[in-house]
Design a protein around this ligand. Sequence first.
Ligand code: FES
Length: 171
Amino acid sequence: MSTFAPSERAKAAGASVEVDISGLVPGEMKTVEWRGKPVWILKRTPDMMASLKDTKNDNELADPHSERNKDELTPEYARNEFRSIKPTILVAVGICSHLGCSPGTKFQPGPQPSLPNDWEGGFLCPCHGSTFDLAGRVYKNKPAPDNLQVPRHMFVGDGKIVIGKDEKGEA
Ligand code: FES
């Protein structure tokens, strides 16, 4: 029996994944698997983008400018208020920086259980309540220490995105 299984090996080693996002509508999120991790691709609405420009919100974030562990968590092209290449498209690894649960989507703004009354939309980790904004930035005074990871990625044409690879090569 052959022990050589290139596709499985490639997956384990973290081969990049190409995703067709041409059908994503504003407000919709797609989850794909990369290196065994869930990667979210969210197409933000104009309101979602506006919430990220709210500086009141910045004061409530632990690392609003993505300065912590930036080589690991935020590639150069995502070191902006949207943490993304295009303001409309968020790409983030959906794993909480506390103990690794996968946060759930809480896109609806406003008061609701487990969230503050001025909630602007984002993600809530079900395990210990860490919250993240729509750029994957963690709120202050929560167990999760860091923002969600933005994996290296690039657009190929308008309708496709590659996760795990960018102009500099494979992640
Ligand atoms: S694992 Fe997310 S808050 Fe603890």
